[in-house]
Design a protein around this ligand. Structure first.
Ligand SMILES: Cc1cc2nc3c(=O)[nH]c(=O)nc-3n(C[C@H](O)[C@H](O)[C@H](O)COP(=O)(O)O)c2cc1C
Length: 180
């Protein structure tokens, strides 16, 4: 199984990274191919809303989304990992989600139908109501893209670094194992 991780946090050693490492290690233990994309390091321009991509799936913008797109197409599993920023995903991940319009064709059929997706999310708030808008955004996005939403982990109480408790690491590993 090939996996691409869309790592949306700017913090390479933050809370979201703890979850992503747990997922990645579990996949690698079973010799699965994992590609981690640090979106913050990449050049991803905002979608210009021209719809030129719909006919052939080729975006007019020449930037790193070309490679991200290729890795997403090659993968069986796409992991969306992000901190909650203002009740939504980080800007880094939102850019990729907006540019994912290029996965749709002129009739709004998805070119990446059937792939699996999971989401790994950390947030400062102790109250999980905060994450509800983001989870419904993921669900509706995946429905539109024809991705099968296989599971999600949310970790509250992550205002400072290193706040992800072992129980959530184990939960993440368990979720990944359930897909293998
Ligand atoms: C710009 C910004 C916006 C944030 N917005 C929220 C929010 O709306 N709700 C929340 O619970 N936490 C919010 N947080 C806290 C982060 O989601 C939380 O600290 C997260 O674990 C950081 O992940 P990281 O360590 O991987 O960077 C925000 C943090 C930043 C920097």
């Amino acid at each position: 199984m090939k996996t691409v991780i869309l790592f949306g946090s700017p913090g390479k050693n933050g809370n979201t990274r703890q979850l992503v490492d747990a997922a990645s290690e579990t996949l690698k233990e079973k010799r699965h191919d994992v590609r981690m994309l640090f979106l913050n390091d990449l050049n991803i321009r905002p979608c210009q809303g021209c719809h030129a991509c719909l006919s052939k799936g080729i975006c007019r913008i020449n930037d790193d989304m070309k490679d991200i797109r290729k890795y997403m197409i090659e993968s069986d599993l796409i992991i969306y990992a992000t901190p909650v920023y203002w009740f939504g995903p980080s800007g880094q991940l939102k850019l990729v989600m907006d540019r994912s319009i290029s996965f749709m064709d002129n009739d709004y059929n998805s070119r990446i139908k059937g792939k699996q997706a999971i989401t790994l999310v950390t947030l400062g708030d102790e109250n999980l109501d905060t994450v509800k808008p983001l989870l419904s955004m993921f669900q509706m996005t995946f429905d539109f893209l024809g991705l099968s939403y296989k599971g999600h982990i949310e970790v509250p109480g992550c205002m400072e670094k290193g706040r992800v408790k072992k129980a959530y690491i184990e939960k993440t590993k368990k979720l990944i194992r359930s897909l293998l």
